[in-house]
Design a protein around this ligand. Structure first.
Ligand code: GUN
Length: 279
């Protein structure tokens, strides 16, 4: 039987740990504040932002909510970020992505003070990760590392294959696995003979955004499979990038969807809000 890596349980543990740290800081008179900015009212973004604010409330982080019109100019958004950068009572700044087309996302991310960049998207933080310095780490891949460590899965010396090379997941994921002394391969949509590459993996992390793409023939017997994808199938049921039912009997451990990687992202965001204060 494959081990089901329980993201619900592990994310709850991390939130409890964060809650205790937040309470200890509060005892010392230090309150943690996260500014959450949403531009427009994309329904999916509203759900994510709502969940982030709820998590803040749960762990005791004060959240400031900025709900901006879809038509706000780039300049006005940048001005708000500059104001929050200067505000010593604000510890973290999160701008929910995607942004409307007339706003340059890179410019927005680069305007956030890297020390307040709880998403870990700022080039300073990405650079710090790539050269082994301290910095804010992108929440989803950081959560995957926590899932592995807290499930007793060793990374050191393992063949790790990451499928997907996005700035938010694939690239930082590969750097984090490398930092943990894994032997890392990054595969992507142009990889030749993907099956041959993924079958080498002791630890396979899949973030390609294609429902049930990874079937048993992509996976080595006994591998650990981490599924970052989340989709709704034709019956409105959630599924991942991995065909769970097809691979579950072949692997030694796997994350379910839902209840695997998903809940880790917000838990690590809460963690980053506290970690940022002590960096
Ligand atoms: N949009 C989708 N995922 C994320 C995330 O992790 N952070 C932000 N800021 N926006 C997102």
């Amino acid at each position: 039987m494959a081990l089901l890596i329980d993201g619900k349980k592990i994310s709850a543990e991390i939130k409890e740990e964060t809650k205790a740290k937040v309470a200890a800081l509060k005892e010392q008179g230090r309150e943690i504040t996260l500014a959450v900015i949403q531009v427009g009212n994309d329904p999916a973004s509203s759900v994510y932002v709502g969940n982030k604010k709820k998590a803040c409330e749960y762990v005791g982080i004060r959240s400031l909510s900025y709900e901006l019109e879809e038509t706000i100019s780039e300049e006005e958004l940048l001005e708000l970020i500059v104001k929050l950068n200067k505000d010593d009572t604000v510890d973290g700044i999160l701008v929910q992505l995607p942004l409307p087309k007339h706003i340059n996302e890179d410019k927005v991310i680069e305007t956030i003070d890297s020390k307040k960049d709880v998403d870990g998207f700022h080039p300073m933080n990405v650079g710090a990760l790539s050269i082994g310095r301290k910095g804010m780490i992108s929440c989803t891949p950081y959560g995957v590392i926590q899932l592995l460590k807290r499930s007793g899965i060793e990374i050191e010396g393992k063949e790790c294959v990451v499928v997907g090379r996005s700035n938010i997941v694939g690239k930082p994921m590969s750097l984090l696995l490398l930092r943990e002394n894994g032997t890392v391969t990054v595969a992507h949509s142009r990889t030749k003979d993907l099956k041959e590459v993924t079958k080498r993996a002791d630890i396979l992390v899949v973030a390609i955004g294609k429902p049930k793409f990874i079937t048993a023939e992509y996976v080595k017997e006994g591998a650990v499979v981490i599924d970052v994808g989340i989709h709704r199938n034709e019956n409105n049921k959630l599924c991942g990038d991995v065909d769970f039912d097809d691979v579950v009997d072949k692997v030694s451990a796997i994350t379910p969807v839902p209840g695997g990687v998903g809940p880790m992202t917000i838990a690590m965001l809460m963690n980053n809000c506290v970690e940022g204060v002590t960096l």
